[in-house]
Write a protein that binds this ligand. Sequence first.
Ligand SMILES: [Zn+2]
Length: 113
Amino acid sequence: MEETSLNTIENYKYCTECGKQLSTKAAACPNCGAPQQNSESGDDQNGENKFLPALLLCWFAGALGIHRFYTGHTTIGIIQLLTAGGCGIWALIDLILIISGNYKDSDGVTLKP
Ligand SMILES: [Zn+2]
């Protein structure tokens, strides 16, 4: 008798509830049914994604500073509203900042697609 399965060893983890050996791919323990956390957890998304709404608001209503209100920059939004988006130039700069991923909301969170 020859052992031939040595090069096909699977990775195992152990159930957090009953300690039974499980495949790392198991989403739940077949023995006790406890859900198993995947070690490769996703990256932390910081709240809702404001990128697309801010981009659209800046594109269609940039001169009114609506995207500034949306992202929490109320004071700048009012100034943009009064100056028509700095005669459109300010709104254009904001649009470029949003598209290039350099625009931050009032919490300092960068808007990313
Ligand atoms: Zn278990």
